[in-house]
Design a protein around this ligand. Structure first.
Ligand code: ELE
Length: 210
């Protein structure tokens, strides 16, 4: 894993959609709908029974999509996600054991943090691209502006409480590489199978940095 791998991942699109997939059947049409709207880096959270199958299906059937696994909490999550075809891993927070696991992983990893001390530990281990979660609840853009002074080498992917109302404020900050969020795939729209609406939401989000 190198910084340039993660940087190229996070600069492909301004938004990484965070998907919680209840039914694996939805995975491929959802990924295609997001890619059609210009968002081709997506995070599937490991919070459902279908998550690993969803990652495997997207990896096999939607080559234009770079699919990663989110909610990686333990070593075993990382191992299963990689076996299923995940191209990157994301965690909401990073304890010492998970941090150790992440240092041994070859694919890009975006470890989560919510405090300066946590960011310092991860930076010490060599991680310079971090997830800031839960972003809004932990200080939002004010936190990111504050940490830029003592830690100018770190870049963040803030996630948690971000949507079209505040995403632009985050993306305007020099230490924000991209933002993550579930707003692009609302559960009710997914349940209805309204993939046209998902593409429209993705297109709106992909224009955020333009
Ligand atoms: O499970 C993980 O790995 C997480 O980090 C949590 C997700 O990123 C957030 O649940 C998305 O937050 P919302 O956009 O506010 O819905």
């Amino acid at each position: 894993m190198s910084d340039s791998d993660i940087s190229s991942l996070l600069t492909r699109a301004p938004v990484i959609p965070v998907l919680t997939i209840e039914s694996a059947d939805m995975a491929v049409p959802l990924a295609r709908a997001l890619c059609d709207g210009g968002l081709n880096v997506i995070e599937v959270t490991l919070r459902t029974k279908s998550a690993l199958a969803a990652i495997a299906d997207i990896a096999a059937e939607v080559p234009e999509c770079i699919v990663g696994a989110g909610t990686v909490l333990r070593h075993v999550d990382a191992a299963f996600a990689i076996d299923s075809g995940a191209k990157f891993l994301v965690s909401p927070g990073t304890d010492a054991v998970l941090a150790e696991t992440f240092t041994e992983i070859e694919i890009p990893v975006i470890p989560g943090c919510a405090t300066v001390s946590e960011a310092m530990v991860l930076a010490d281990l060599g991680f310079t691209f971090l997830k800031f979660f839960p972003a809004e609840a932990s200080g939002g853009t004010a936190w990111l502006k504050s940490v830029a002074a003592p830690m100018p080498h770190l870049h963040f992917c803030p996630t948690g409480g971000i949507d079209m109302r505040n995403a632009r404020d985050y993306l305007a900050l020099p230490n924000v590489a991209a933002v993550g969020g579930s707003w692009v795939t609302p559960q009710d729209v997914v349940a209805k199978g309204d993939f046209g609406k998902i593409t429209a939401l993705a297109r709106e989000a992909s224009g955020l940095r333009g």
